[in-house]
Design a protein around this ligand. Sequence first.
Ligand code: COA
Length: 174
Amino acid sequence: MSKTNPSISFRHASIDDLSLLKHWDEQPHVIASDPDDWGWGDDLLHFPDWREQLIAELDGRPIGFVQIIDPAKEETHYWGEVPDNLRAIDIWIGEKTDLGKGYGTIMMNLAIGRCFTDEKVTAILIDPLETNTAAIRFYERIGFQFVETRDFDGSICSVMRLEKKKWIEKSTSS
Ligand SMILES: CC(C)(COP(=O)(O)OP(=O)(O)OC[C@H]1O[C@@H](n2cnc3c(N)ncnc32)[C@H](O)[C@@H]1OP(=O)(O)O)[C@@H](O)C(=O)NCCC(=O)NCCS
């Protein structure tokens, strides 16, 4: 592995990842970013067409999690009334020792590319807690822009959005 170009890839999460995901869920930096309980046992057995749950691996070693949903089709309607052809992403690195090494940027770029591979998808939403200033900075660097502050069931979040057009402009200029 080259330090400047680590090889990160996604695979679909499965029930075999249950203990790993529960372990990551207990890490203070993960709790701080998302205090909600994830229904792993159920989620990892069901694969609706509006959701992908992915494990990021660095040279075969699991390092993080990414969820991509279609917010218009997601069954709890977490995002409320949203138009078709959007995606929403959740992301975290599992172990504290893997933070701040550039892995999240690579994972996010892979996830964004995956969303925009579908030609119909026009933009991507994320909802970091308003207090998660490090993650907000991380998303801004990638190209997301602040939309609004929103209360999701008592969690005050900064809704941010990345337009496909902006992503393509950024990708072709770098
Ligand atoms: C956000 C996250 C996925 C970014 O991945 P990463 O590999 O740490 O990020 P990179 O190394 O590519 O980029 C570093 C940037 O990540 C951001 N970051 C966010 N949370 C961080 C953390 N707990 N530790 C270190 N960096 C963090 C910072 O903006 C940092 O840049 P800085 O130099 O301006 O502080 C990762 O830090 C993480 O899992 N954080 C905890 C969970 C979380 O906040 N998820 C997002 C919920 S919306």
